[in-house]
Design a protein around this ligand. Sequence first.
Ligand code: DOR
Ligand code: ZN
Length: 435
Amino acid sequence: MKRVETLFTGRVYHKGEFKEACIGVDNGIISFIGKEANAPSYDEKVDFKGLFIIPGLIDIHAHLRGMRLNYKEDFLSGTSAAAAGGFTLVFDMPNTDPPTNSRLRLMEKTEEAETQIIIDIGFYFGKPEEVSEAEKLVKTHAIGLKLYPEDYSKSIQPNIVEIVNIVRKNGKRIVFHPEDASIIERNRKAYPDMLKGVDKHSFIRNVETELSALDIFYRTFGAGAHATHLTTVESIMKARANRFTYDVSVNHLALTNNDLLTQGGICKVNPPLRSFEERKALIEAFNEGRIAILITDHAPHTLEEKNMTLYDEIPSGIPCFETAFSVLLDMVHKAGLNIYRLVEAFTRGPAEFLGDKKLGTVSEGSIANLTVFNPKEEWKVDPEEFYTKAKHSPFAGRVLRGRVKATVIRGVVVFQDGEIKVQKGFGKIYGINNY
Ligand code: DOR
Ligand code: ZN
C-alpha cells in the first residue's frame, strides 16, 4: 500500500457509526480508513486517542464581515473563531459594507479575505442592481444569491424575477431570509418610535412574518430555493409544501424568547428566538430527521452596539462559531439531541446542499477535513477568550459538556487545544484554487 503523509487515529465517524480507526491522508485527500494493523506506513502520526473524529463541519450561513465592518469582525478573527469551533468551511453572507452585489465587489472582498483566512470559505452575492451584473456574478466562484426581506417582500422590484432565473439557470443557489418586511413595518408601528429595549422583538417579527414570506417567495419565484433559519415546525411544514429546502440555526435550537427577555440585546437576532414550546417541537423535528442542515448564522456585533438603549439601534445577530457545536453536544447530554443527526446536519447535509461529493463524509477520496471533539470534556464559556471580535454570548458563564479539540483542513491541523496552528492565508476560497 502506498505510504501516506499523515495518519490520524481516534474514534472515527464512518458509515453512520463511531469506530476506532486510522485515517491515512495524502496530499490533502483521505486515501485510507481502517484498522491500525492494516494501515499504510506514514511520515507523521497524529494521535487523537480517546477523541471523536467526524467530517469537518461546514456552515452554509455565516457573517465574516471585513472591509468597512472590520471593527465587528475581519477575515482573520472570524475564521480563527470558526476554526476554534470546529468549522472547516463556512459561507459568508453579502450584507456587508459595501454590500457584495457586483462582480467587482466580490473580487475585492475575495482579495481581502485571501491573505487572512485560517479555514476555507466561500461567498454568496447579494441582489445586484442590474440584470447584466447578475450575468457576471453567476460566472464567478460565488455559490449563489442571498435575498433579504427588502429584496422581495415589500415591493417587488422589476428585475428580480429575471435575476433569480439567471442564477437558477446557471446552477447557483438561491437562499432567502424569510421574513415579510411589510408585516414587520406594520407591527413596528404598534410601538413608540423611541421604543427601548428588545422585549417587543418577537411580537414585531412574529411567526406570521416568516409564514407570509415563505408564501410570497413561492408565489413570486416558484419552488427551487433554500429558506434559511426557519424557526418553527409550522414554517418547516410550509417550506416543505412549497418545495423549498431549508435549514435551522443553532440559536433557534438552543435558545428561547425567555433568553431575550432575561439577557436583552445580546439575544436579539433576526428572525427572533421563539417560545419554549416552539423550540421543543423544533428539537423533536430535528431528532425525527426533518432538519437536514444546521447553520450557525454567526453574526458578530460589538458589545457596545449590543448594549445600546433604543430598540432600533440594537443590531440583530449572535456570534456563535465558538459555542455552536459545543452547545449542541451539550444538548445531546441534556436535551436528548440525537448525536448522529447532529453530525450529519453540519457535514453531509451542507455538502449535499453544495452538491459537493468530496465533502461531508470521512471516506476514501474525500478531502481530509476533520473535526475532533471530546464529548465528555466540560468547559465554561468565557467570551473574553473568544477569537471573534464580538466578546459576548448568550451562553457566557455556562458550563458546556463537549468540546472541540482540533480542526483539520486538507490534512493539516489548523487548530488544536485552543491554539491556531497555521499562518493566516492558509485557508482557500471555495470555487477557486483547489476546489
Ligand atoms: O440577526 C441577524 N443578523 N439577522 C440577519 O439577517 C443579519 C444578521 C447580521 O448580519 O448581523
Ligand atoms: Zn444571517
